[in-house]
Design a protein around this ligand. Structure first.
Ligand SMILES: [Zn+2]
Length: 322
């Protein structure tokens, strides 16, 4: 790389242009590979409870970078043009991700599904736009009620953000009510942040995005809840096992998914767990203790696909096939 000190500015610029083009080409390649990893459930095969866990633990992406890539990959799966726009640099991963988040918020609020054509049109409209300009398009195209409109934000020189919150009397009363009901006195900012943190942790657990290893309490005593109590007990697919078989399987598994990859990685999922027949009932497996085990949702599907074949499991894998 020594010679870069000696080349002209023009040469330096053209090298830069070339490198950026390569970078975009690589990004699209990453998204294509990610799509196939998801379709074939390679992340589950390797012992991860979700594509997100694979992206952060195996590939080393930050949580935000992993989310952006997964969102962009799914958008690309739905719309061919998006791939071209990402490769040309017209569409950024964050714009695509921003659009998909807005689409979901709109669907949640209006309870109406956004059509594939409208999704495509909205995402493609963000080509070449800044984050702020994209935000404006999204508010226009996917109108939300006044309350759900983004709160004015201003970036501060110290890297922070200033939010301006205007609340009606009734809205403020809700916050005051919560403050009154909580034993700990908190200012409005801490109160709201703590609610958000709880919600984030809850959603992550539901989506299997965190390893779910609880930090030990600073002063653990024998009354502290055990890992077994903190994990969610298995729910579905349990009909055929007797209560004693289920209890035994639950204890033996230490309330953690029992899938182990070929390389010896055991899945870390402790939530969305299900009872599973090692040898499927469809293939003559019995509901006995030695045929019972605990798997997370993803590994239950993976095992079923491997044993029963993809066509039998297609209803559970909707939208993933090309
Ligand atoms: Zn698992």
């Amino acid at each position: 790389m020594d010679h870069i000190h000696n080349i002209t500015s023009q040469e330096l610029n053209s090298k830069m242009q070339f490198a950026v083009q390569e970078e975009r080409r690589c990004t699209v390649e990453v998204l294509r590979l990610l799509r196939e990893i998801e379709r074939r459930m390679v992340y589950a095969e390797l012992g991860y409870p979700s594509l997100f866990a694979y992206c952060t633990s195996e590939l080393g992406y930050s949580e935000a970078a992993a989310s952006r890539r997964i969102e962009a990959m799914r958008a690309m799966r739905e719309t061919v043009e998006i791939e071209k726009k990402i490769e040309s640099g017209e569409l950024s991963l964050s714009a695509v991700s921003q659009a998909r988040v807005a689409i979901r918020a709109h669907e949640r609020e209006t309870k109406v599904k956004v059509s594939p054509e409208q999704k495509k049109s909205v995402i493609l409209q963000l080509s070449g736009l800044s984050k702020r300009a994209a935000e404006k398009v999204l508010v226009r195209e996917l109108p939300v009620t006044l309350n759900a409109r983004p709160i004015p934000e201003r970036q501060l020189s110290n890297g922070g953000t200033r939010l301006t919150l205007e609340l009606t009397e009734d809205e403020m009363a809700v916050i005051e009510d919560l403050r009154r009901l909580q034993s700990k006195i908190q200012n409005t900012k801490d109160l709201l942040l703590n609610l958000v943190r709880k919600e984030v942790a809850k959603r992550k657990r539901e989506l299997g995005e965190v390893p779910l290893i609880r930090e030990p309490k600073p002063k653990a005593n024998k009354d502290a809840p055990s890992a077994e109590k903190l994990a969610t007990p298995p729910t579905e697919n349990a009909r055929r096992f007797s209560a004693s078989v289920k209890r035994l399987a639950w204890t033996n598994s230490k309330s953690q998914c029992e899938y182990v990859s070929g390389a010896g990685r055991r899945c870390e999922a402790r939530h969305r767990l299900e009872f599973d027949h090692r040898k499927p009932v469809a293939l003559g497996g019995e509901s006995s203790a030695d045929n019972a085990r605990i798997l997370c949702r993803e590994h239950n599907i993976l095992q079923a696909v491997q044993k029963l074949g993809a066509p039998a499991m297609a209803p559970y894998r909707a939208g993933l096939e090309p």
